[in-house]
Write a protein that binds this ligand. Structure first.
Ligand SMILES: N[C@@H](CCC(=O)N[C@@H](CS)C(=O)NCC(=O)O)C(=O)O
Length: 409
């Protein structure tokens, strides 16, 4: 019998178990026709969870409530709970940290703003201070760690990320999170992992802290016996995170005069050239290149001193390329991780549609600010040769070995 989750699916507490289930290959079915404040007030539900809150997981042996406990139950016996007693202890440590230092304070910040409970300014200030303190500590730790425990995703990362999601979506715009660049890198890397994005979908960071809800909405507590559907309080946006689909605006780059360069032709040539790279791919690039329709840019990571751990540096660049996914139709990039020894240098070459770095890329991909950008001067042969060497992963590059080269295509 498959396990059954009693809840709506769009809820950060439900995500914890669903993501864990993706990692360990366990099937969890969502209960049919769940209706918040109705289904969770029935005698059958209250028998499973006497406080009437979601989520509840129905297992062959009985029901489990409390989302962290449900996620632990799903992860039981797997690598998600570590490979040693010590790792297990660290995982539990980060689960508690994310629940009590991050989640409690974030909820104290956004729940009253959504109009539930009472908004009290000093209480909010206290919660924001708590969020800052928690993120500051997390940021320090993540400066030298890709994952919270060990070398891969564990339940600690799943629960931490789920607890951060509504912070990023509702109250923490870029101007707030940019104080914590390692947390940003971590968060976007995690939510873009296939097993996360399959459950959570695409996460968009809020552009501003949501304003105080003007009209006070009903308290989010379960009503004893909602009599009709109309009297049933609506689930809080926290409980159900479904968003109305927004009309899609056309990307301004699609309105540029047509270019003779077909980006996909170049990407195909790059991928298919296995030998004589200079003569075939590099020559082909310059034959195709349209300097009016496209521009070339060098980028240099501003904080190379931080690149002291090779796999952390490589993951950082990998995360950047994942986040550039939004620009796939309009860009091609090469990123080189340079040096035999730390600190490693990260340098790149990008081809963008248009004459500027696209604004939507600057706005939406926070990594862009971590690099210094210089437009390639096409009248300078030395710069053109540098372009060639970056495209072909030329080694040595500027006198140094390459630790890794990654391509965005
Ligand atoms: N500590 C619980 C919190 C669960 C919780 O707050 N659930 C909310 C929805 S996000 C709920 O069911 N609220 C309904 C209510 O308060 O009656 C967990 O992690 O599972």
């Amino acid at each position: 019998m498959a396990m059954v989750m009693h809840s709506m699916k769009q809820n950060k507490n439900v995500y914890k178990a669903l993501i864990a289930a993706e990692y360990v290959g366990v099937e969890i079915k969502m209960v049919d026709n769940f209706e918040m404040f109705v289904s969770n007030n029935t005698p059958e539900f209250l028998k499973m969870n006497p406080i009437g809150k979601i989520p509840v997981l129905e297992t062959p042996d009985g029901a489990i409530f409390e989302s962290n406990a449900i996620a632990r139950y799903v992860a039981h016996g797997s690598f998600l709970l570590g490979t040693s007693k010590f790792e297990y202890g660290q995982i539990e440590q980060w689960i508690d940290f994310s629940s009590f230092e991050i989640d409690t304070n974030l909820r104290g910040w956004f729940v009253p703003r959504l109009g539930y409970g009472t908004y009290i300014k000093p209480v909010e200030e206290n919660c924001i201070a708590g969020v800052k303190r928690g993120l500051d500590a997390l940021n320090t730790y993540l400066a030298t760690h890709t994952f919270l425990v060990g070398d891969g995703v564990t339940l600690a990362d799943i629960i931490m990320t789920c607890n951060l999601v509504l912070g990023f979506k509702l109250v923490m715009p870029k101007s707030f999170t940019s104080e914590y660049p390692h947390v940003e890198r971590y968060f976007w890397t995690m939510v873009n992992q296939p097993n996360f994005s399959k459950v959570i979908g695409k996460v968009m960071q809020t552009e501003a802290t949501i304003p105080l809800a003007s009209a006070k909405k009903p308290d989010a507590k379960p009503q004893a016996e909602p009599k009709t559907k109309e009297e049933t309080p609506k689930p809080t946006p926290e409980a159900t995170e479904e968003e109305a689909p927004k009309p899609k605006a056309k990307n301004p780059l699609d309105l540029l005069p047509p270019s003779k360069m077909v980006l996909d032709d170049w990407k195909r040539l790059y991928s298919n050239t296995k030998s004589n790279f200079r003569e075939v791919a590099i020559k082909g690039f310059w034959d195709m290149f349209d300097p009016e329709g496209y521009s070339l840019w060098f980028c240099n990571y501003k904080y190379n001193d931080e690149n002291t751990v090779s796999f952390v540096t490589m993951n950082k660049v990998g995360g950047f390329l994942q986040r550039m996914d939004l620009a796939r139709k309009y860009a091609f990039g090469k990123m080189l991780i340079i040096g035999n020894e730390p600190p490693f240098k990260v340098k790149g070459l990008w081809l963008f549609r248009g004459q500027e770095i696209p604004k939507f890329v600057m706005d939406e991909c926070y990594d862009m600010e971590l690099y210094e950008w210089t437009k390639v001067d096409l009248s300078d042969e030395a710069q053109k040769e540098r372009v060639n060497q970056m495209i072909e992963d030329h080694e040595p590059f500027e006198g140094e070995a390459l630790l890794d080269a990654k391509c965005f295509k």
